[in-house]
Design a protein around this ligand. Structure first.
Ligand SMILES: [Zn+2]
Length: 249
């Protein structure tokens, strides 16, 4: 659902703050600067130069407006930055699962297969960062769909609403959404959050089936099913820190 202006800003700001901590983003105030500008360094670091007394909201809006360009520049600037992939394990806190990753390098496309006892077997080319990344994200999305669908419907029944299709998305800007047709989209990165946060987000999106806004009635509906929603909503804003950095290069 579209967020209200204030919420939108605060959420965008948090996204950006967590990115800064992870990937060396910085903001520099310059007395000479007339407008906001951005520099992408060779090592992939990003610096936003702002005139004095620029509000965080303004910086955040600027960053989201130029996000695609910045990401493109960073990919170009730092092609050699590789996170260790495949990772040793995937810690899916939301499900209480810890998947070990086992790799057997070979020829051909990277493939992933589930073995017993929460083990993932990666085969094929294991020297291609992008291939491994895509393969793992596709598996995570499929796994999230499998595991999120039933609890979403159970919660829906408790709340007296019936969600349509569940869609799992991999995006950096929002945790979930609810379309007018009742399709609920949940971010694959919710796998890395706590079970309580995942449950809260499901309740949040399900409540949108009744209220397509963030009105007081919407929040009281959410509160009926999750009295602790404020704390969980705040936790979600920090949630990007829990997501492995290779998911967003
Ligand atoms: Zn919402």
């Amino acid at each position: 659902m579209p967020l209200t202006e204030a919420e939108h800003n605060s959420q965008q700001l948090s996204l950006w703050e967590s990115e800064r901590s992870e990937h060396s983003w910085s903001v520099r105030q310059s007395a000479r600067a007339r407008r906001l500008s951005v520099r992408v360094f060779r090592h992939g670091g990003v610096e936003i130069v702002v005139p004095p007394r620029t509000s965080p909201q303004r910086v955040s809006a600027f960053v989201s407006e130029h996000r695609e360009w910045i990401e493109r520049q960073r990919r170009r600037a730092a092609p050699a930055v590789h996170w260790p992939l495949p990772p040793a394990a995937l810690d899916l806190s939301a499900l209480g699962e810890q998947w070990q990753c086992i790799g057997s390098a070979g020829a051909g496309r990277t493939r992933v297969r589930e073995l017993l006892n929460q083990r993932l077997h990666l085969t094929g080319r294991l020297d291609d960062f992008e291939q491994i990344r895509h393969t793992l994200i596709a598996w995570l999305a499929q796994h999230a769909h499998r595991r999120f669908d039933a609890p979403l419907r159970v919660l829906g029944a408790q709340m007296g609403v019936e969600p349509g299709r569940l869609q799992i998305r991999c995006q950096r800007t929002r945790w979930g959404s609810c379309s007018r047709r009742g399709t609920i989209s949940l971010n694959v990165c919710l796998l890395f959050q706590t079970p309580e946060v995942l449950r809260y987000l499901m309740i949040h999106e399900l409540a949108h089936l009744r209220h397509m806004n963030h009105s007081a009635r919407f929040w009281s509906d959410v509160a009926r099913h999750e009295p602790d929603w404020r704390a969980l909503d705040r936790e979600l804003l920090q949630g990007w820190r829990r997501v492995p950095s290779w998911m967003f290069r």
